[in-house]
Ligand binder design. Structure first.
Ligand SMILES: Nc1nc2c(ncn2[C@@H]2O[C@H](COP(=O)(O)OP(=O)(O)OP(=O)(O)O)[C@@H](O)[C@H]2O)c(=O)[nH]1
Ligand SMILES: [Mg+2]
Length: 315
């Protein structure tokens, strides 16, 4: 029942294949045919922690499930499995009344994150996605630090047919953002997606540079949004990164990349719980179309999907 009304997204289903086959698929197979015993609670706890859901998040989930069980809600393992899926989806569901990520006013989206997580690729994917949904998108190459950082985005821009504002290597990323906003106003764009240089969350001077870029955006009187890009394969370390970026410049939404290459997709639950910011998209491959819009129910359903029994361990 829970699953029947969901919009299935093949990219999402395929993107979480490794996470499903390593951990959640095991629960999906085990819970419905088990009695609710102490051993089962123990196994549930171990599997969630092994799946990178995080110790704190797992404890909180189990508390809620045990309370529901004590209240007589779960008579069978199947009902417990349903309850677990509801609780997991509930963790990911953004609170009501949030402002939209992209309002109709000119919006500048800064993509930030540590080195190599997939920012530049994500900028191209987002630009492509939003332009296909009717927005007028301008890309801005704010990674002036890495050799070929700008060229990499320019190549993507060319491939997806979007204009791109860039400067010489070594230029000031704040100045590029300033120029991009002026260009967007003059030429009628309504979304500017800014790539930034990768930076370690522990480097305070580099985090300060992000704050400077943010101030420039805010002073222009445009809507500013920060998207934090996290590599799913970093598991619980992503939580530490998320905390640092959020305290430096805030985070409006999260993109989780490389979900396709890892069994550590459970990190999504602890990152969202830690930041209180929603995941807006997930990256499911290296190509421009490998981006899935995030839907909490569909994500959990994909993790528990048993339509692909081949990818269950032991089968
Ligand atoms: N499998 C997979 N690979 C991805 C995904 N997103 C990005 N990549 C790959 O990750 C690598 C790094 O991507 P970039 O976009 O250059 O990462 P970045 O964060 O801009 O890197 P820096 O600018 O050096 O910090 C590339 O090989 C991408 O193709 C994804 O969702 N899935
Ligand atoms: Mg980059």
């Amino acid at each position: 029942m829970f699953r029947r009304f969901l919009r299935r997204d093949e990219r999402l289903d395929e993107g979480v294949r490794k996470t499903r086959s390593s951990f959640f698929g095991r629960l999906a197979a085990l819970l419905p045919r088990s009695e609710i015993t102490d051993d089962l609670w123990g196994e549930l706890e171990e599997t969630l922690i092994a799946a990178d859901v995080g110790v704190d998040t797992t404890e909180r989930l189990l508390e809620r499930l045990r309370a529901r069980h004590a209240a007589g809600e779960f008579g069978t393992g199947k009902e417990l499995s349903r309850g677990l899926q509801e609780e997991l989806a509930g963790l990911l569901r953004p609170p009501d009344g949030r402002e939209p990520l992209l309002p109709s006013d000119l919006t500048v989206v800064l993509t930030v994150g540590v080195n190599g997580v997939g920012k530049t690729t994500t900028v191209a994917k987002l630009g492509h996605h939003w332009s296909r949904s009717g927005r007028r998108v301008l890309l801005a190459a704010g990674d002036t630090f890495r050799a070929a950082g700008t060229e990499q985005l320019a190549i993507w821009a060319d491939r997806v047919g979007l204009p791109c504002v860039a400067a010489q290597r070594g230029g000031d990323p704040g100045a590029i953002v300033f120029d991009a906003i002026a260009a967007a106003r003059a030429r009628g764009f309504d979304v500017v997606v800014v790539d930034t240089a990768g930076r370690l969350h522990t480097k305070t001077n580099l985090m300060e540079e992000l704050r400077k870029i943010r101030r420039i955006v805010d002073r222009q009187g445009v809507v500013g949004r920060v998207i934090l890009v996290l590599d799913a394969a970093t598991g619980q370390n992503a939580v530490v990164q998320a905390r640092s970026f959020a305290s430096a410049i805030g985070t409006d939404a999260i993109v989780v990349t490389k979900l396709d290459g890892t069994a550590r997709g459970g990190m999504v639950f602890s990152v969202v719980r830690e930041l209180g910011a929603p995941v807006c998209f997930v990256g499911t491959g290296e190509k421009v179309g490998d981006l899935a819009e995030f839907d909490s129910e569909a994500f959990v359903a994909a993790l528990f999907a048993l339509e692909a029994p081949d990818d269950l361990p032991g089968n």
